[in-house]
Design a protein. Structure first.
Ligand code: 13P
Ligand code: SF4
Length: 303
C-alpha cells in the first residue's frame, strides 16, 4: 500500500470501529495529518474524558494512553506502539514518591501528567505544562511537592508564592538544550522571537520571549505579528506551526530536540492496531480509581 492508500484505509476503518484518533503534536507529520485531533497533553485528556466514540487510538506515548484509559474506563484505548514510553515518566516510581511524602508530610503532591498511573494514584492532583501554575495556585497549601519534572517545577516556583519541593526528573531532550545553541540562533536571526517549553532548563527559559506548552506556542505564533521564531521544544510541533502559518519561518536551535519514542508510531502501526484492535491499554481498577481523582481535580481547575 502506498501512503495515500494507508491513510484512506485508516480513515475507513476508524469510522467502522467508531474510533477517535488522537495524536500529540510531537508525532510524525503523517500521523498528525490523519488524526481527528492533534493536541497537547491537556487537550488529549479533555477529549478522552468527553468523546462519545467507543474506541480511542492514542498516537503518543504510554502515559497519555494510560490517562485516556483512566478518564474513559468504559472505552477501548489502543496505543499503536506499547514500547513508546516517556523517559521522564520512568524517573519516578510510586515507592520512591511514598518515601518523599514521608519526608515532607502534609504537602500536597502535584504530579505532571508525564507519569505512570501508579504515581498519579499516589498524588493529590495532576497538572500539564498548560495549566501547571493555575493548578498549584488553586491549592489551599503554602508548600507543595512537584513531581517529576524539576524544570517545570522551577518554572512553577518562579510563578507562585508557594514553597516548592522538587523531584529531580527531567526530559532528556528539553533538558539538554545548550545555551550556546540558543544564543547562536538568536545571533543569526536577531529579528526572531525565542519560544520555549517549560521542560527546558531555567537558564534557557531566561532567554525566552515566551514560555508555553506546545499548544501555547502554537497559539502564540498564530496571534503574533512577528514572522520568525526560534522553537525551544520538540521538532514535531513544526508540522502544525508551518501548516497554520505558511508565511512565517521557524528555526530549530539544534537537531537534538527529537523525542525518539514519540516517533515510533507509523501509519502501518495505526492501521494494524485498528485491524486487530490491539494493543489495548488498561489500568488496574484501584490504581485507576485513585489516579482518576487526581486527573478529575486537574480538569476542574479553571483555565
Ligand atoms: P505538552 O504537549 O503538554 O506541552 O507536553 C509536552 C510533552 O513533553 C509531552 O510529553
Ligand atoms: Fe517525555 Fe520528553 Fe518525549 Fe515529552 S519529549 S514524551 S517529556 S521524553
Amino acid at each position: 500500500m502506498n501512503q495515500q492508500q494507508l491513510k484512506d484505509e485508516i480513515r475507513r476503518l476508524a469510522d467502522e470501529r467508531d474510533a477517535l484518533i488522537m495524536a500529540h503534536f510531537y508525532q510524525r507529520d503523517e500521523i498528525q495529518e490523519i488524526a481527528d485531533i492533534a493536541g497537547d497533553s491537556l487537550a488529549m485528556a479533555i477529549e478522552a474524558a468527553n468523546t462519545e466514540r467507543k474506541v480511542i487510538v492514542l498516537c503518543g506515548v504510554h502515559f497519555m494512553a494510560e490517562s485516556a484509559a483512566i478518564l474513559a474506563p468504559e472505552k477501548t484505548v489502543l496505543l499503536p506502539r506499547t514500547e513508546a514510553g516517556c523517559p521522564m515518566a520512568d524517573m519516578v516510581t510510586a515507592d520512591k514518591l511514598r518515601e518523599m511524602k514521608e519526608r515532607l508530610p502534609g504537602r500536597p503532591v502535584v504530579t505532571y501528567v508525564n507519569s505512570s498511573a501508579a504515581v498519579k494514584a499516589e498524588s493529590d492532583i495532576c497538572c500539564t505544562s498548560a495549566n501547571a501554575v493555575a493548578v498549584v495556585n488553586s491549592l489551599d497549601a503554602d508548600e507543595v511537592i512537584l513531581v517529576p519534572d524539576r524544570n517545570l517545577g522551577r518554572y512553577i516556583a518562579a510563578n507562585t508564592e508557594k514553597k516548592c519541593h522538587f523531584w529531580e526528573g527531567y526530559c532528556p531532550f528539553h533538558d539538554q538544550l545548550p545555551e550556546e545553541d540558543v544564543l547562536a540562533a538568536k545571533e543569526q536571526h536577531p529579528e526572531a522571537l525565542f519560544l520555549a517549553h517549560p521542560e527546558c532548563r531555567p537558564q534557557i527559559l531566561k532567554m525566552a520571549d515566551h514560555i508555553a506548552s506546545t499548544s501555547g506556542i502554537i497559539d502564540f505564533v498564530k496571534k503574533s505579528p512577528v514572522k520568525k521564531f526560534i522553537i525551544g521544544t520538540e521538532v514535531g510541533v513544526l508540522f502544525r506551526l508551518r501548516k497554520e502559518n505558511p508565511d512565517k519561518e521557524f528555526i530549530m536551535p539544534n537537531s537534538l530536540l527529537f523525542c525518539q519514542t514519540m516517533k515510533y508510531t507509523t501509519l502501518e502501526d495505526v492501521l494494524k492496531c485498528l485491524q486487530t484492535m490491539s494493543p489495548q491499554i488498561t489500568v488496574e481498577a484501584e490504581t485507576s480509581r485513585k489516579a482518576k481523582l487526581t486527573l478529575d481535580r486537574m480538569l476542574a481547575v479553571p483555565r
